[in-house]
Structure formats: C-alpha cells, structure tokens
Design a protein around this ligand. Sequence first.
Ligand code: UDP
Length: 314
Amino acid sequence: MANVLITGGAGFLGSHLCDRFISNGDTVFCMDNFLTGTADNITHLMGHPRFNFIEYDVTNFIHVGEDLDYILHFASPASPIDYLKYPIQTLKVGSLGTHKALGLAKAKGARFLIASTSEVYGDPLEHPQKEEYWGNVNPVGIRGVYDEAKRFAEAMTMAYHRYHNVDTRILRIFNTYGPRMRVNDGRAIPNFIKQALANQPMTVYGDGTQTRSVCYVDDLVEGIYRLLMSDENMPVNIGNPDEITMLDLAQEIKDITGSSSEIIFEDLPSDDPKVRQPDASKAKNLLGWEAKVSRRVGLEKTILDFSQRLSVNN
Ligand code: UDP
C-alpha cells in the first residue's frame, strides 16, 4: 500500500482525493493551511488510522518524516473571487509551493502529480482545447495570478522531470463541481445553487452566452487516479466535454430546484473566457477514461449536498 501526500487535501478536490486513497487502503498525508480549504471537508477522516493531517503552508520548505510514494500538489485558491482576494498567495502556491513539492518528490523518489488547469489556455482561440494548444493568457489581468502560476508550475514540473528525472504527471482540470464546494466559493455552480435554493436572484454575468463544460467530481477523481497510474509525463486534459452556456446552466439549476428565483444579468468580469471545452480524446485513448455522470445527475447530487449543508448552518 502506498504513502500519499496530498497538498490542499482539505479543499474541495483534495478532500475527495483523500477519500479515494483511504478507500484504496493507502496511507494519506493531507496538508492544508485552510486558506480556502475547510476542516469540515476532512472531519469524517480525522481519527482514521491511515489518515494524517498536517496544517501547513506549502510555500515553505516541506518536511515529511515518512517515505512517500505519491505527491499530489492540489493546494491553490481555485475560484476567480479567491484570486482577487489572495493574489499573492495564489502566485506563491503555484510557484514556490510547486517548487517545494517537487523538491520533496525528488528527495523521496516519489511520483509527482501537479493539478494544473484549463486556465492555462486562457481565453482560448482554439475550440475545443487540445493539450497541444499553448493558450491565450493575459499575464497582467486579474486571472493572470492563477493562470501564470499554473503555467509556471507546469514548466517547473517539466524541468524537474527533464533535469532531475522526477517521475511527473501534469493534469489539466476543466470546470469541476460536486459536493463540498464552498457555498460562498463564488463560482457559477455554487452561486446558482445557493441563490436558487434561497429563491434569490440568480446572477448571470454578461449576457450568459459564454460557455463552460462541467465535470462531476467523481468522474474527475477517477481520471486523476488513472493519470497518476499511467506513464504519461506530458499534460492530459481531464474534463467533461458537455458544453453549456451560463444562462442555460442557471435555468437548468432553477428547474431542478423548482426555484422561483429570477435570473438577472450582472457585469462580466474582465478576461472571462468566452468558451471552454476540453478535447478529452487523449484521456480516452491513453487512460480509457471519459466522464460518465450526466450533468442532471451530478447537479442533483450537488444540490442535495448544498441544501443539507445550508439547513445545518441555518
Ligand atoms: N458566472 C456567472 N454567475 C456567477 C458566477 C459566475 O454567470 O454568479 C460566470 C462567469 O462569468 C464565467 C462562468 O460563469 O463566465 C464560469 O465561472 P466560474 O467562476 O465558475 O469559473 P471559471 O471557469 O470562469 O474559472
């Protein structure tokens, strides 16, 4: 059984990964400084004999006494409102944090996986986005702190792979949703669900014609696991190609919740990508992976989770 370090392990994706490795029978070291992660996401794992929590900021030198087989670097703010609130931390965890996590992987002889992002493609001029596309990123825009940190993280990962022979994987995550997303995360799905459940206005930014392609978290976790176990060192998109406009997404969530919310339009944030859809053929050919959970089913599960958490907190 493996020893696995997950940075950002108390975050939305990190905590689902902790669950996956614990259920495999592996030993998990979950590291988080709770900047955007929350203890609630891992409460159910606390006290488990193979689960270890370390409260730590991974932009500093990382020490782990035990041997490590896998390091998954998931620590980072990941919502546009977080980049605005924590721009320096976002840059630091993608750059300094990736450097520290790679240094640890080298010292331990561990396989390293970086959580990169579709944001490396920026506001894409190619559609759908293949791994070979280099992207269209504004380095000095409000999203630049995230996009450039992740692009740097990919470059640093390849440098450690090429010059230090670290066994590395680069995962490009497209929009993902599911239980445990923060209610006040600020991204489209959490906002729409929170607003719909409260029968409050649902805020579509711009005219709502911009698209995203949303993947349910269980599908994503399966893709991550398969990529980690593969021998592919170059980037792989993991995402659901099922593309939808933000206006249709808001309407769908309104319908599923039976909400009486009205849909209102607010200013589009700057540099907001107009379209986004993964070309997921590499993941399919290489890993035999494709998203299985339909948007309807995924949204229903997520809405149930949100309504339970909101009723506990009220
Ligand atoms: N969006 C929206 N209403 C909201 C939050 C987001 O219309 O309350 C839009 C946002 O402008 C973007 C899309 O939804 O076009 C996805 O935004 P999100 O923050 O979820 O993620 P992104 O893919 O932009 O990082």
